[in-house]
Ligand binder design. Structure first.
Ligand code: G6P
Length: 747
């Protein structure tokens, strides 16, 4: 619209100017037309009155002729009349005959083109008609017309011409704008199609003109860069959906190659009951990365850990997923049981896991585990290089299983953009300092272009650790670490869940969920529910939770028989001794508390140790009055966010450990220190008594936050930063090749 105005207005001004400039031409033309009219009119009058005139002149009837002329000049156009005899003497004239016109100089008007005279009376036209009878010239009839009307008419005509021109101009410009816009749109669509390799590009390929392909490629890059330059970057204006993510991938990272590396695979093939089944792990990480992979048809490299995984892959160890509608591929990496024991159970989960989670479980470091960890990291890095089809893919490395991989990939693919996300906490430098291979781990991670953590606290811990352990330049203004000539941006990206949850349509109503869960654990109608959902992990504070429940019944005995806490634990890493011991402790504590407090059909704790499918987990969230997350240390904790997402009825209370990343985003939960048993018991009491209005107020705020800060934002912000980094890298590349060698950073 503004474009149209910008175009039409100057055009109208130009047309107005032209219309003004042609005014004298209009004057001349109209005068010419009117003179011709008046001449015809004069000739007509002369012919009409010829006979009576001849008779009156021949009979010398001057008075009669005077009256005759007077009557004729009553016509408002005919201003004056006269008759001059053959000797050029005035015979008769009306009184209106102007002084400028006399019988003596009539000859100047005979045969004249214009016959115009400017007199005191204004513009006049003088027509002279000879009068003869029987071959004898009697004299000349003078007819003088008032031409002042021509000026009026000319003014009117000029006005009409002006309006006409402006109107026409407006119409023409409007048509031009419409046509231009239509063809621009067509052009843009055509160009976009070309960019996508459709339309124009296809015929080029078909007619085998490879020389045009570089042109199409350059054009494609140009348009993409222009598009991304002009896209608003104000995050407040973005609402994060899978579509936003797709738009970023299309516009900012169009055609870029995306490779994900994680230990857990998104689809696991298992032999079950003589058949091959595909299972999806209930993992926040998988749920977060799937939308990216689906949108960009990338490659996901993961450990092939399913019993039927080998049977499902092709000869390159690849399998297309999702099985129902393949959109990207999984490349499986194999390891021997010894390697898995050393890399996964050993160094990752007995070493790094307890090292990073301050949960008072002593880390175990074995040189043998470290060797396997390093070897498996190299194997995954090789798989990245194998899978890369370009020299500069975007590689998304997930978690503490791959601390060494970024450096190995960087050495092989120096132009790759490597984003590593550390899903667990990063401890303070003193705690990290006990790791025998601390330099190697840090150097490995600093092979990344971007290193992400859930909280600013972990970002600070990492930067402090590097400062303490390595000879690196740490810029605390930009949170950039430069090591070995290359920079790594250390940033905070709090992970979240899908919003709106794609399974929400399948959820039964809250009342139905309550009934089902109550039936399942044999809980009475009038008993309030508490729920905890975790992997059976010592970092989750499950023992502390049970102690808080027991304390509640001691401090507030009114809840005995009126409240049951349901704990769902999925078995995890159960080969590790500490996990086995932990499970025993959890079972024993639940047993002891139930043994002490249970009455009749009522038990204080219902413990279920088995894997629960996501639908079932959400049923628990929807059924409960209180959800209790009591992690002793947790990078984020997605159970808290899932519970909030599940409660579209805006009911239920969340009790949340202050040692989770989620506590920083959800202060409307009841925030507790899980080590403080009395405080946790008080929080349980408060939650069970909380009026529905207050529950609604708190839940609404939390739902608002999770909906906005969802997983698409987590992934989108990392990808946007990667895109910016790549653009900067290209600029530096261009300028360094054009001017002086510049150091390339963070690419
Ligand atoms: C944590 C880790 C993930 C891991 C998950 C499940 O959330 O950050 O990387 O996948 O636990 O653990 P598992 O050992 O079963 O993969």
């Amino acid at each position: 619209m503004s474009l149209s105005l910008r175009f039409i207005l100057p055009l109208m001004v130009a047309i107005g100017f032209v219309a003004y400039a042609v005014r004298p031409l209009v004057d001349q033309l109209t005068l010419k037309w009117f003179v011709r009219d008046v001449e015809i009119r004069a000739a007509l009058v002369a012919n009409t009155i010829h006979e009576p005139l001849v008779e009156l002149v021949s009979t010398n009837a001057r008075t009669k002729l005077q009256t005759f002329f007077g009557r004729i000049t009553e016509d408002q156009r005919l201003y004056a009349m006269a008759f001059c005899d053959a000797r050029h003497q005035q015979f008769v004239a009306t009184r209106s005959l102007p002084a400028a016109v006399s019988c003596g100089d009539m000859d100047r008007f005979v045969g004249s083109d214009s016959g115009l005279v400017v007199s005191d009376q204004g513009l006049l036209h003088v027509a002279v008609a000879p009068v003869a009878a029987e071959g004898t010239t009697l004299g000349q009839l003078i007819l003088i017309h008032d031409m002042s009307f021509t000026q009026r008419r000319s003014e009117e005509t000029k006005r009409y011409v002006f309006y006409l021109l402006v109107g026409l101009g407006g119409l023409v410009s409007l048509i031009t704008v419409v046509v231009a816009q239509l063809s621009w749109r067509g052009w843009v669509q055509g160009t976009r199609a070309l960019m996508r390799g459709e339309g124009l590009l296809r015929p080029i390929e078909k007619i085998n003109m490879p020389e045009l392909r570089p042109l199409a490629r350059d054009l494609r890059n140009l348009v993409r860069e222009l598009e991304s330059e002009y896209r608003p970057r104000d995050e407040g204006q973005l609402s994060w959906t899978p579509e936003t993510l797709r738009t970023i991938l299309r516009a900012d990272l169009h055609g870029e190659e995306m490779i994900v590396v994680s230990n857990r695979e998104p689809y696991i093939h298992l032999h079950r009951n003589g058949r091959v089944e595909v299972q999806r792990p209930a993992s926040g990480l998988v749920a977060a990365l799937e939308p990216i992979m689906r949108a960009c048809s990338g490659t996901w490299i993961a450990h092939g850990s399913g019993s039927a995984d080998r049977a499902a892959v092709d000869r390159h160890d690849r399998v297309a997923v999702p099985p129902s509608k393949p959109l990207y591929r999984v490349r499986r990496v194999w390891m021997t049981p010894e390697e898995e024991a050393g890399y996964y159970y050993g160094f990752a989960n007995e070493g790094l896991w307890p090292l990073c989670h301050i949960a008072h479980v002593r880390p175990t470091f074995r040189a043998e585990d470290w060797k396997h960890y390093a070897e498996v990291n190299r194997r995954f890095a090789r798989a990245v290089v194998d899978e890369a089809r370009t020299r500069n893919p975007i590689v998304l490395v997930q978690d503490y299983h791959f601390a060494l991989l970024p450096r190995v990939v960087r050495d092989e693919l120096p132009d790759a953009t490597i984003i590593t996300f550390w899903h667990i906490p990063w401890p303070n430098p003193e705690a990290f300092g006990i790791l025998p291979w601390r330099e190697e781990v840090l150097e490995g991670l600093l092979g990344s272009s971007i290193l992400g953590f859930h909280t600013g606290f972990h970002v600070n811990n990492f930067v402090d650790t590097v400062d303490r352990v390595l000879e690196a330049r740490v810029d605390r203004e930009t949170f950039t670490v430069t090591f070995g000539g290359r920079s790594t941006a250390v940033k905070r990206y709090p992970i979240s869940i899908e919003w709106p949850p794609s399974d929400a349509a399948r959820w039964p109503p809250v009342a139905e969920c309550r009934a089902k869960v109550r039936r399942r654990y044999a809980i009475g109608e009038d008993v309030l529910l508490g729920v905890g959902v975790d992997r059976m992990d010592y970092t989750k504070g499950i023992l502390e939770r049970f102690r808080a429940v027991e304390r509640l019944f001691d401090l507030e005995p009114q809840w005995r028989g009126r409240f049951t806490f349901v704990q769902v634990c999925s078995p995890t890493r159960s080969r590790i001794e500490q996990y086995q011991e932990f499970e025993l402790q959890v079972r024993a504590l639940a047993g002891r508390i139930n043994g002490r407090l249970a009455r009749g059909a009522w038990s204080p704790i219902a413990l279920r140790v088995e894997h629960a499918e996501p639908d079932e987990v959400y049923e628990h969230y929807r059924a409960t009055d209180v959800c209790f997350v009591s992690s002793l240390h947790d990078g984020m904790n997605l159970v808290a966010k899932e519970f909030v997402a599940a409660r579209d009825d805006e009911r239920g209370v969340l009790i949340l450990s202050q040692f989770t990343g989620a506590a920083r985003e959800l202060p409307e939960a009841l925030i507790v220190n899980p080590y403080d048993v009395d405080q946790c018991a008080a929080a349980l009491h408060l939650a069970l008594k909380m009026p529905p209005e207050e529950q609604g107020d708190r839940m609404r705020i939390m739902r608002g936050l999770v909906s906005e800060f969802n997983v698409f934002r987590w992934a989108g912000r990392m990808l946007l930063d990667a895109a910016t980094m790549r653009r900067r890298g290209r600029l530096v590349e261009r300028s360094s090749s054009a001017v002086v060698p510049l150091r390339r950073e963070g690419v």
